[in-house]
Ligand binder design. Sequence first.
Ligand code: ZN
Length: 282
Amino acid sequence: MPGVTNKRKKKMRATERTWKIVAVFSTILAILFCVLLVKTTVTGAQTQKVRENASAMQQSGDGTALFTSSPGQQNAGETASSGSLAGSRIIVDAGHGDTDVGTIGPLTGRYEKEVNLEIALKLKAALEQKGVDVVMTRGDDSPLGPDEEQDVGVRKEADMQKREEIIENANADLFVSIHQNRFDDASVAGPQVLYLRTEGGQEYGTEFANAMQNALNEYLPIKKPRGINGGDWRLLKKGDQPGVIIECGFFSNPEEEELLQTGEYQNKLVTAILNGIENYLL
Ligand SMILES: [Zn+2]
């Protein structure tokens, strides 16, 4: 039955053609998808770059640039942590101390070094409850260098060298330094996390800094969330562990100057910092 065979052949050819068309379409779709994916990634990277450049626009009290970002732009919503911090070692540095008082609250006259120590000691207690071995650079306001030294500059240098030595010898998993910020514009507020960006432009600890910044932005009631910022910070260069400086808030903002001194807000800060550590380590 030649007629039937021809019909079948025609049908088969038609089916073949259909499959070829489907194959060509699939290939085109796949290529389009790849192009779109590459484009999105490149645009994302450019946006990040623009943000970073914008960050160098303003300078704050500790010489840190100020800028804001949308909340949770990186590692967004990472709160579910498994495992435990037990057995890890973390260095907690209460910024300033002794003759170096840090910034002074315009409203309350309170020294930054005192608030730093209060928060650092609360953080120590919270970390120890989680089984962390905490190494403090200072546990009170006494000098880290020789007490008889009268030159404030020499005294400060001896203090910094002692802190560097503690960090170097700690063999820790993380380094966290607690500070308070200030800025000429009193409306500027909110915590900001700083990481090491060397003069040569090399960056260290950005992943930890992002985890910490996101935890602070998510847990605390912040109107304008900030983004992380890099700087050539001396203590962040010591040891092999990732390290951050946490500027908990602005003494130059009257509302925040008072808030940062309340036990309730300090406890909230400590919980947020703990979240940041857990999100990064676990
Ligand atoms: Zn400071």
